[in-house]
Ligand binder design. Structure first.
Ligand SMILES: [Zn+2]
Length: 329
């Protein structure tokens, strides 16, 4: 039995037809975890959909109304980059409910992993980049509303910048903090932007490829704009640096890890060069830091578009294995 719960439903499947987003990956991860003996059926808990009230903690009433009544404009549907349907709305509401449940389990057990979610490109008033609503932001706001936490930190390791997260939690922050020191092992400097100061109640960290979607990157509390093609060692040095800098400035009661599989070198929508092993080391690093500091971690899996979908499944399963290894000992 795992020392934490996995949140999953077969209804995480996104009904988007043939698409670069492998909607079947969630079930494949679930099945692989069971078949390989990493998890057993009792490790899984089933989420309920988020309520409209939960979704409205982050999203505007106008946008929620459009989603519920199927009245997005043609342009809004195009920006979403997945075909709109009422069934898709249901799947996203369930993903948000899954992240709420994972956050709840994280606060009780130290770790909670949703085998889905991580829709970090959704903004309060619109969706884009395959993301309709922002499940992680909804989970944070729900935990805050219920009085379970006051502060949270998002650590986004998807290859694409967490633009929705940055916009949602922008608050009143100002840019002018000193840059963190460049890790000595890093020959290729990444551009680091920090915006500490008045950080509000949610501190956002994003490590991503600079030359990639989204073109407009609203500022996170810490943005690490990575150059193309960097590999495991440089990436891990930057992650270590970002976590140290962030945790020097901010003391979160919940850490929300957005574990994208798309920094992988075989990814069709990514331009970094991490190996499968390097991505597991990334997960281990994050979990170790959280464990040492006693910060509960809620995990969502986010993007992954490897040429071979089995690689994406392996990378996501490795996140569960890394958590097991770190939190069992
Ligand atoms: Zn991505």
């Amino acid at each position: 039995m795992l020392p934490f719960k996995l949140v999953y439903s077969d209804d995480y499947y996104l009904p988007i037809g043939s698409h670069v987003f492998p909607a079947e990956k969630y079930k494949r991860i679930h099945d692989r975890l069971l078949v390989s003996g990493i998890a057993e059926p009792s490790d899984f808990v089933t989420p309920r959909p988020a309520s409209d009230e939960d979704v409205l903690l982050v999203h505007t009433p106008q946008y929620v109304e459009k989603l519920k009544t199927g009245t997005l404009s043609a342009r809004e549907q195009m920006e979403l980059e997945v075909p709109f349907s009422p069934a898709l709305v249901k799947a996203f509401w369930l993903a948000a409910g899954g992240s709420i449940l994972a956050a709840d389990h994280a606060l009780n057990d130290g770790v909670g992993i949703s085998i889905g979610g991580g829709f970090h490109h959704a903004f309060p008033d619109h969706g884009e980049g395959f993301c309709m609503i922002h499940d992680v932001a909804i989970a944070i706001r729900r935990m805050q509303r219920d009085g379970k936490i006051r502060t949270a930190m998002t650590v986004d390791c998807d290859v694409h910048q967490g633009n929705g997260t940055a916009a949602i939690f922008a608050g009143t922050r100002t840019a002018n903090e000193p840059l963190p020191s460049v890790p000595p092992s890093t020959p290729t400097p990444a551009k680091t932007k920090m915006r500490g100061g008045d950080t509000g109640d949610v501190f956002t960290i994003s490590l991503h490829q600079e030359n990639n979607y989204p073109a407009w990157k609203p500022p996170s509390s810490i943005d690490i704009d990575l150059p193309d093609e960097i590999g495991d060692d440089e990436y891990l040095a930057w992650l270590d640096n970002a976590l140290s800098s962030g945790l020097r400035q901010f003391d979160p009661e919940l850490l929300c890890y957005i574990a994208g599989a798309d920094p992988y070198r075989e990814d069709q929508l990514g331009g970094l060069s991490l190996s499968i092993d390097g991505l597991k080391k990334r997960d281990e690093l994050l979990f170790r830091v959280a464990k040492v500091r006693g910060i509960p971690v809620m995990v969502t899996l986010a993007g992954g578009y490897a040429r071979n979908v089995e690689d994406t499944v392996t990378i996501h399963c490795n996140t569960v294995i890394a958590a097991t290894e770190v939190f069992t000992n």
